[in-house]
Write a protein that binds this ligand. Sequence first.
Ligand SMILES: Cc1cc2nc3c(=O)[nH]c(=O)nc-3n(C[C@H](O)[C@H](O)[C@H](O)COP(=O)(O)OP(=O)(O)OC[C@H]3O[C@@H](n4cnc5c(N)ncnc54)[C@H](O)[C@@H]3O)c2cc1C
Length: 595
Amino acid sequence: MTGEQILSLWLGRFEAALTDRDIAAVTRLFHGDGYWRDILAFTWNIKTIEGADAIAQMLAATLARTLPSDWALHGEIEAEGATLTAGITFSTATAQGIGRITLKDGLCHTLLTVLDDLHGHEEPRRKTRPKGIEHVADRNRKTWAASRADEMARIGDQDQPYVLIVGGGQGGLALGARLRQLDVPTLIVDQNPRAGDSWRNRYRSLVLHDPVGYDHMPNLPFPQNWPVFTPKDKMGDWLECYAQIFELNIWQSTTCENARYDTANNQWQVQVARQGKTVTLRPRHLVFATGAYGPPRWPDWPGQSEFQGQLIHSSDYRNADAFIGKTCVVVGAGSSAHDIALDLWEAGASVTMVQRSSTTVVRSDTLMDLGFGIYSEDAQARGIDVEQADLIAAATPFALFCEEQKQLYRQIRQRDAGFYTRLAASGFAVDFGEDGSGLMMKALRTGSGYYIDVGASDLIASGEIAVVSGADVDGLTATGLVLEDGREIAADVVIACTGYQSMHETMASIVSRQAADATGPCWGLGSGVRGDPGPWQGELRNMWKPTAVNALWYHGGNLALSRFYSRFLALQLKARMEGIATPVYGAPAPHQSGL
Ligand SMILES: Cc1cc2nc3c(=O)[nH]c(=O)nc-3n(C[C@H](O)[C@H](O)[C@H](O)COP(=O)(O)OP(=O)(O)OC[C@H]3O[C@@H](n4cnc5c(N)ncnc54)[C@H](O)[C@@H]3O)c2cc1C
């Protein structure tokens, strides 16, 4: 049989078993340790179901109402030995679905099912795009500009948004654009004066560490001559244009101060400070898009008040102007610490990096060659556009992605062995994660402890940037820092690159401690490594899916994750607005309203 015949046969049996509601027959089509990752189509959740027993449980709860049908293969079939992979399409009672399937020796190893469009509420695009104008004579014609101005004047006043997004960084804007496409009335509030400021406000030298093919915003890919690595101010300007192009309703210079759920009216009461006044908004849903990593984590070192130099957090570092000729100590050894150390060195400051524990470092060139395959120019030339690449990426459950990454990092370590030897010789401690799974897994597990080398590592290896490794800061003195092991380091300036707290801490300060405790932290997979305690979740905690607090959502991530998952958060909100039943399988806890 050809690969296509094997896949078609499997899909036919799968469809027959689902139609007959014969769950045992469905699970017999999977390997015992097979995976089914579902994004909304069956579960109205983002869920990886691991193993045949768990798949049976999920189907017992969801199959009767999902009513899946019309399963078909879609696109090219990939074959590698006894492994066959293909795209699929299907339909459910409420939606059109897409996905991917991988068979090994004729049985399913991984299945991805994704809700793509709600029946009757399809996203207008291509042939169904809006017309933009009525070609009839009309004495009361309202121009597009007048209608837009009217909409902006009314929203938040006569018209309440269905969704309020707090935070208009790339995450808030991507979600805003998705919701606009689905015709969900939305308002974004951001405390910064201009869209894109969340990138502009960062330090002078910041350039995106990921390549252009991975970083597109939804529905508006970067032009073909856009640089591989986008400088932060250029990114800021792109986001500002993006907000205009997608006609997003944004209130800039507006700070969300508090939010309470009004159970009697099933809506939020949100107070925002705008133009010197407090305005109360009443959205049905509240989305926190206040920064992938939440508020800065300020150190609480003894002796801070005695220190006669300057102490700042990395989030407040803009450039080295004030530090030229000074003795600077960067505390931390992640991305910001490296970038800031490099920036200070370029300005002629003396720089020492204090590294508490080891860091995963990977050379940018190496990662570009080996780590972004499906988002590369070569992939594009093979016809894999960004939407397909996102689907392919989503088809690998996190547990298997981790194994793939271990393999990748074995390759990387071999290829760059000389680089790692030189770096280690400087006293800088390198790791590849507790289980050797490297940088991307660290990013998913803790969002910290890694650096894509864009120049600082060579300076560390050559001693231009000094490094003191293996001890935490014990406290500050009048003239510098003391480490736990007694070492003293003189400093005029201490820059704490100590990272950020989980986004639920921002939510705590706006809604309540009780609500934040109810949802628990954002991010992390429950992998059991330091900083990411178990139990294993199989998915990122709380991101883009229902939380334990009714009508409260979290959104964020790097550009790629924001791009992909903003669509599913938007679809969940659209379904709720349209009154479509959205029973959540595996909800985190009983929903609590009135918090
Ligand atoms: C050094 C560095 C390099 C990075 N490199 C990359 C990269 O190469 N590729 C990549 O994809 N990602 C990268 N990231 C990570 C990530 O993409 C960014 O942190 C990104 O800005 C997250 O977007 P966001 O919209 O979730 O949050 P932010 O951009 O932080 O936006 C949050 C917004 O919320 C607003 N806000 C917060 N609280 C309130 C409130 N109470 N009221 C009103 N507004 C509020 C803020 O003003 C802000 O505009 C990098 C991050 C850093 C620090």
